[in-house]
Design a protein around this ligand. Structure first.
Ligand SMILES: [Zn+2]
Length: 304
């Protein structure tokens, strides 16, 4: 069994001696198993300083927050925005969050903070209409219909062909030839990035796994191509009890999706381009890990 140190800690709140022993014996394996260790990250000094000085003011709403404001999606006063990395993404991301989800606990906000131009967060049931775009949009969801990332292009192409065929049944609609020409032009404009992929937007559901089903079964999302992520283990400190450690936090899911998209779809070597999406996540993970090991309840309260 592979041990996730955080889950162990979470499930063993009482500090008994057996527990301490287990932790000590695990320390060696933690270092080698920590997937957040070798990331290409911007300097986290700004977060270290902010953490030492404690909560700060949100310049938009005036709320007192740690690192960033989870309602305004901006860093707080003691975390200057120019010291936060900006991540460029190869496609747009929509995140649909459940209204009951506590904003302060959601890691979806990290994506909005670090790639603001590419990420939009919607609160269910107020979500965009995707019906007309179902040939260029996909939903990350592990269901029986789900396909793997490397098969996205194939399935979207199939949808395009089906749509065109459908339209040709009606003489008033644009012909196949015209549609093809328009797509070709579009393709030329984006040249090297247009390597047989038509995926323009990927949707993530941000909620506890019990609430996810309600959003997923919404008819506005039912027609979309569903994509499943490769199996990866979570580092999430708010890991949901009773769920396997392959249930990722939203920012982990976004990050791993992009890494696979980069190699499997764009066919480019991954050189850490999206690692800064874990800028806050890796720092907070480390903080929680240290706080739990030292029994520092104050730090835990600040972040959890
Ligand atoms: Zn605010």
């Amino acid at each position: 069994m592979s041990l996730n140190p955080l889950i162990c800690l979470k499930e063993n709140e009482e500090n008994n001696s057996k527990f301490v022993e287990t932790i000590q014996s695990q320390t060696a394996s933690i270092a080698s198993e920590d997937p957040l260790q070798n990331l290409c990250l911007a300097s986290q000094e700004v977060l270290q300083k902010a953490q030492q000085s404690g909560r700060s003011k949100c310049l938009k709403c005036g709320g007192s927050r740690m690192f960033y404001c989870y309602t305004c999606y901006v860093p707080v006063e003691n975390v200057p925005i120019e010291q936060i990395p900006l991540v460029k993404l190869p496609l747009k991301i929509d995140i649909i969050k459940h209204p009951n989800e506590t904003d302060g606990k959601s890691t979806a906000i990290h994506a909005k903070l670090l790639a603001p131009e590419f990420v939009n967060i919607y609160t269910y049931p107020c979500i965009p209409e995707y019906e007309e775009k179902d040939h260029e949009v996909a939903l990350v969801f592990p269901g029986p219909q789900s396909i793997s990332i490397k098969d996205i292009s194939f399935h979207l192409q199939k949808r395009i062909q089906n749509n065109v065929r459908g339209k040709n049944d009606y003489p008033d609609k644009p012909s196949f030839k015209r549609k093809k020409t328009e797509e070709q032009e579009d393709c030329d404009l984006h040249d090297s990035k247009c390597k047989g992929t038509t995926l323009k937007k990927i949707i993530f559901i941000d909620s506890t796994w019990n609430q996810t089903n309600k959003i997923f079964t919404d008819e506005r999302l039912q027609g979309l191509l569903q994509v499943e992520l490769k199996t990866r283990k979570t580092c999430f400190w708010r890991h949901q009890k009773g769920k396997p450690d392959t249930f990722l936090s939203t920012i982990e899911a976004i990050y791993y999706f992009l890494v696979d998209y980069h190699t499997d779809i764009l066919k480019e070597k991954y050189k850490g381009q999206y690692d800064n999406l874990l800028f806050f996540y890796s720092f907070m993970y480390q903080l929680i890990k240290n706080a739990k090991c030292s029994g520092d309840k104050e730090t835990r309260k600040l972040i959890q």
